[in-house]
Design a protein around this ligand. Structure first.
Ligand code: DQQ
Length: 541
């Protein structure tokens, strides 16, 4: 088998063949979870001519059955593609989709309603487009190709429906979420004031808007608004999914964010790696909010044609507000743990400076790893690297630029070959900042593959914990060519897409390493082999 084929994942959502991008309209309906997605069914590349909605169903969000496409171009208003959108469950339980049609007039982006043909079918196999479509067209201050991606709609206390559309103001770089309102889900009127906008951020794609509880992990349905919730507005721009937490009032039609988008690393991000165009939904079965994100390939188009497929979803992530109220926490849904099989467990031990020791006994190419570290003697040490204006983010977040800094880089080497010529380091560094210490997390792809023509980035971020008081925890889900890394119980997340040439199948290894000049304590490590999930293998049509 060509190496590229061996990079296929075993428990991440993807179609059997060809192209996937954005998740669309995730929902739960009559016993099934539904996931729709942007799909070119004819080739492993984005189609500039015709994109459709792929559709799969599942009872656990781990194993999936592929159904026939849900939406395909058929009408003058969507003849050139069915782009992203979302589902809303109406008060009587019927689901309805709002999506982006690319019309027959210069591919103008319009908003289209689709309804299930038969609401008694739990699989929702057939969707119809009512005669009154399209229901929204770009307003005069927006170009025809900057108006798309309707959110899940919500009802205010007045019973009126609201929805957001991602857009950009003509001839500027001001991105915005335009608010539309409707009494009947048919006739939609633009509200004169945007729910949110920000200069210099460019086109906002795939906005999302939902409440989060301030009292616990439980999710809340999209129309809920009271003193116990705050709201999250997410927009995809500049290659990242950025979010603002704030207070929303439907009465004043106002969202007061705690800060503003800047299109810099100051923005809060769902994920600091390869991740885009995510979409969240409320799971009424387990009372939780779940987010799906798209992970693009970072190899070449030629490689994608050799593989015959391109694009995956992250694992579905439960999302809730951190007790600080300052950020969201994300964690793979508990159902993923059912794939755990053979495990290894290590007792607390010291990871000496320069060490790299192998964690054997599991399938390292397909694994779930949980590890915690602590720094026994983190005293006031002037030798510890200081984050001042001399150290920019690129240096700070790069593994190699600080080999030998006192604490770190230490962490895991995933998808590594036995000679370590291939390895993806997921690591921490502890640095001095202000009067205290800060923890940096990174995922370094520079040595991830001996192959050329694949992108090898260094991703990084700060982790919001105090290393003097808290252990530094990391969970990595490794699946052949993707590594999802969750630090501090999901406070910071980095997804890496890597394409090893040697570290494939049985030859892939996992190591714990420490390149700092001081030892660190690994207080616990548990790792599991992961079973294959059944993902879209049995097509029913
Ligand atoms: N992808 C869709 C658009 C959306 C973009 C087209 C984001 O609707 O804005 O496939 O990745």
């Amino acid at each position: 088998l060509p190496n590229q084929v061996l990079n296929r994942t075993s428990f991440h959502f993807q179609p059997q063949r060809n192209w996937l991008n954005d998740p669309n309209a995730p929902m739960y309906y009559k016993g099934f979870y539904h996931l729709f997605y942007q799909n070119n069914p004819l080739a492993p590349e984005f189609s500039r001519k015709k994109m459709i909605w792929g559709h799969s169903v599942s009872q656990d969000m781990v194993n999936w059955i592929q159904l026939e496409p849900a939406l395909s171009p058929s009408e003058p208003y969507d003849i050139n593609s069915c782009w992203s959108g979302a589902a809303t469950i109406l008060p009587d339980g019927r689901p309805v989709i709002l999506y982006t049609g690319l019309d027959n007039n210069n591919r103008t982006q319009v908003t289209v309603v689709a309804e299930p043909k038969d609401v008694s079918d739990p699989l929702l196999r057939e969707w119809v487009k009512p005669k009154y479509n399209p229901v929204m067209v770009p307003p005069s201050n927006v170009y025809h190709d900057c108006f798309r991606d309707p959110t899940t709609a919500w009802q205010g206390e007045d019973g009126i429906w609201r929805v957001l559309i991602g857009a950009k103001v003509k001839d500027t770089e001001t991105g915005m979420a335009i608010l539309y309102r409707s009494d009947d889900f048919v006739k939609w009127t633009k509200y004169p004031v945007n729910l949110l906008e920000a200069e210099e951020t460019g086109m906002w794609e795939c906005p999302d808007f939902f409440p989060v509880s301030i009292t616990g992990k439980e999710g809340v349905d999209t129309s809920v608004n009271n003193a116990n919730v705050r709201h999250v507005l997410k927009a995809s721009f500049g290659g990242n999914d950025c979010y603002v937490i704030g207070k929303y009032s439907s009465e004043n039609e106002e969202f007061l964010g705690d800060y503003e988008f800047t299109k810099t690393s100051a923005d809060l991000r769902y994920d600091h790696g390869t991740f885009y165009a995510s979409k969240a939904f409320f799971d009424s079965v387990k009372n939780r909010r779940i987010n799906w994100g798209w992970v693009v390939e970072t190899d070449s188009k030629e490689d994608d044609f050799k593989k015959g497929w391109a694009g995956l979803m992250t694992l579905p992530r439960e999302m809730w507000l951190d007790t600080s109220g300052k950020r969201l926490i994300q964690w793979p849904i508990e159902e993923i743990n059912h794939l755990r099989t053979k495990s290894v467990k290590l007792d607390s031990c010291e990871i000496k400076t320069g060490a790299a020791f192998e964690i054997s006994g599991i399938t390292a190419a397909q694994a779930d790893v949980e590890v915690t570290f602590n720094l026994p003697s983190l005293e006031d040490n002037p030798e510890i690297l200081e984050a001042d204006h001399h150290v920019d983010d690129a240096t700070l977040f790069d593994r190699d630029s600080s080999v030998g800094c006192v604490y770190g880089p230490f962490g895991l080497l995933a998808l590594a070959s036995d000679d370590l010529s291939e390895q993806t380091a997921i690591f921490f560094k502890v640095i001095r900042r202000g009067n205290g210490y800060a923890v940096v997390m990174g995922s370094n792809e520079k040595r991830s593959s001996l192959r050329d023509n694949v992108k090898k980035s260094s991703h990084g971020t700060f982790v919001d914990i105090n290393p003097r008081q808290e252990k530094i925890s990391l969970r990595c889900l490794i699946d052949h060519s993707i590594i999802e890394s969750y630090a501090a119980g999901g406070k910071s997340v980095i997804t890496s897409r890597v394409y090893p040439k040697l570290a494939i199948g049985e030859a892939a290894k996992l190591y714990v390493f420490n390149d700092g000049t001081r030892g660190v304590t690994m207080s616990s490590l548990e790792a599991w082999s992961m079973r294959n999930a059944q993902i879209n293998t049995n097509t029913t049509y």
